[in-house]
Design a binder for this molecule. Structure first.
Ligand SMILES: NC(=O)c1ccc[n+]([C@@H]2O[C@H](COP(=O)([O-])OP(=O)(O)OC[C@H]3O[C@@H](n4cnc5c(N)ncnc54)[C@H](O)[C@@H]3O)[C@@H](O)[C@H]2O)c1
Length: 255
């Protein structure tokens, strides 16, 4: 056995969603260093292509699609099977947050947008990816992204986002049970506060200060600090980890 964080990923097909985002980009970069072939997926083709242009090694592909479009998801998985030679891992980071001042400001559209993107799209994408992994016959890895809000429930206007992320934890547990017999592991990564546009856009400086005080490490994470956990979960070293929610929060919460 090779002892390195990305062992077993050489030549494998890996899909990274939200790849042009704060954490998705370093996750795609980290996978590329393992020798995996990366399909970098985000809303816009040019942004996905930009990520691919910077990846180490050959065989990577950029795809611009809206993952909330379920028909486009099917085409994405078919393309990954053709162009990467199979799907071994899915690292699904794409998600949206609509910050609202109070729970009374939340609209039906806010609910639909966040739940459709964060939860509904995740279910159908994970299922399509798992079927491709089953077809490959070599097992697989699904890594979804939740948030500490799955545990806390958030507050006021962030309740909808947090509910969608709570759904991810439940779903990961059910999918881990479903796909275990095919040697497909399913896990969630739960970041604390991470320095990306999702966190920093419209963030009240007083709330930011409270976040620092609530985090024993005394800082927010940098986006690349999530990538090692994701690559490890996709590696051969993590073959018996399934149904887990990995807390990467700088001790903000402990579970
Ligand atoms: N930043 C944080 O502090 C934090 C904390 C906890 C959890 N998270 C979670 O971590 C993950 C990564 O977050 P981030 O901070 O890198 O966010 P980000 O906003 O920087 O990146 C998210 C990416 O997803 C893409 N995306 C959104 N909707 C899409 C769709 N329908 N189809 C395709 N692509 C779509 C966006 O274009 C963007 O590039 C998310 O699941 C987020 O909920 C973030």
């Amino acid at each position: 056995m090779t002892w390195s964080v990305g062992a077993g990923l050489q030549g494998r097909g890996v899909i990274v969603t939200g790849a042009a985002g704060g954490m998705g980009r370093p996750v795609a970069e980290a996978f590329a260093t393992t020798g995996a072939r990366v399909m970098a997926v985000d809303l816009h083709q040019d942004a996905a292509d930009e990520v691919v242009a910077d990846l180490e090694g050959p065989g990577h592909v950029g795809v611009g699609i809206d993952l909330a479009d379920l028909a486009a998801q099917e085409e994405l998985i078919a393309r990954a099977q053709r162009e990467l030679g199979g799907v071994y891992a899915l690292a699904h980071l794409a998600a949206v947050l609509r910050r609202r001042g109070s729970v009374d400001d939340v609209t039906e559209d806010d609910w639909d947008f966040q739940v459709d993107t964060n939860l509904k799209a995740t279910f159908f994408l994970c299922r399509a990816a798992a079927n491709a992994m089953r077809a490959g016959g070599q097992g697989g890895r699904i890594i979804a992204f939740t948030s500490q809000g799955w545990w806390t429930g958030g507050f006021g206007g962030s309740v909808v986002y947090c509910a969608s992320k709570g759904g991810i934890v439940s779903m990961v547990r059910g999918l881990a049970r479903t796909y275990g017999p095919d040697q497909i592991t399913v896990n969630a990564v739960s970041p604390g506060q991470v320095n990306t546009s999702m966190l920093m856009t419209d963030l009240d400086p007083a709330v930011y200060q409270q976040m620092l005080e609530a985090t024993p490490l005394g800082r927010v994470a940098e986006p690349h600090e999530m990538a090692g956990t994701v690559v490890f979960l996709a590696s051969q070293h993590a073959g018996f980890i399934s149904g887990a929610t990995i807390n990467v929060s700088g001790a903000m919460l402990m579970y």
